[in-house]
Design a binder for this molecule. Structure first.
Ligand SMILES: CC(C)(COP(=O)(O)OP(=O)(O)OC[C@H]1O[C@@H](n2cnc3c(N)ncnc32)[C@H](O)[C@@H]1OP(=O)(O)O)[C@@H](O)C(=O)NCCC(=O)NCCS
Length: 166
């Protein structure tokens, strides 16, 4: 199991995962049917996010968790925090494809994502999750997250954790 930069090599399993996530209303902005050419362009855009982004966005490095040559999930590491990200989003965002959940991949993807964060010289990472996202809370706490507070964002409460990366 490892993190890789987005690559066309995993087109098939990545797009299957997108299809799964559409059923739960996620990733609607990603088309689940793409030609190799379209997918290559999509991958390039993801990779370019660590080089240039539109105004108001921060640079982010995107990685895919791959196990036995299959796409399992994605993690994004933001290079800086904005006011918005300080409230919700933090340094690291992650997602495990629905069919591979509750197998420990969530804990693993954050662990590996934290290593990538440290490589950017970020030694303390802000990680947030919804107050009712029990799975994500467990993942953050298992990775050393210390709860800073819970803040209200509209209807919901957001938990803000800090993780000191060792
Ligand atoms: C949250 C998410 C990443 C969890 O991934 P996962 O691969 O299932 O996580 P793990 O298998 O490592 O599980 C970690 C722990 O949470 C528990 N857990 C996972 N999903 C759970 C759920 N829906 N309800 C209750 N507990 C849950 C697991 O049983 C495990 O518990 P344990 O520590 O007692 O063994 C995944 O559900 C997901 O991608 N959700 C949508 C996107 C998202 O919420 N991202 C996080 C944003 S903050």
């Amino acid at each position: 199991m490892r993190l890789v930069k987005p690559t066309t090599k995993y087109q098939k399993s990545f797009l299957q995962a997108v299809k799964e996530s559409h059923k739960e209303g996620r990733n609607k902005d990603i088309e689940s049917k793409q030609s190799p050419k379209q997918f290559a362009e999509f991958v390039k855009k993801l990779r370019d996010q660590e080089k240039r982004v539109p105004k108001g966005y921060v640079l982010q490095s995107v990685f895919w968790l791959v196990d036995r040559n299959k796409f399992i999930g994605r993690v994004s590491v933001r290079h800086n925090l904005t006011k918005r990200l300080r409230e919700e989003g933090g340094h690291i965002g992650y997602e495990i494809r629905p069919s591979e959940r509750r197998k420990g991949y969530g804990k693993k993807i954050l662990k590996l994502g934290l290593r990538k964060t440290l490589q950017l010289d970020i030694k303390k990472a802000l990680v947030t999750c919804d107050d009712d996202n029990v799975g994500s809370q467990k993942i953050i706490e298992a990775n050393g997250g210390i709860l800073q507070d819970k803040i209200r964002k509209g209807e919901k409460l957001v938990r803000r954790y800090w993780i000191k990366i060792k």
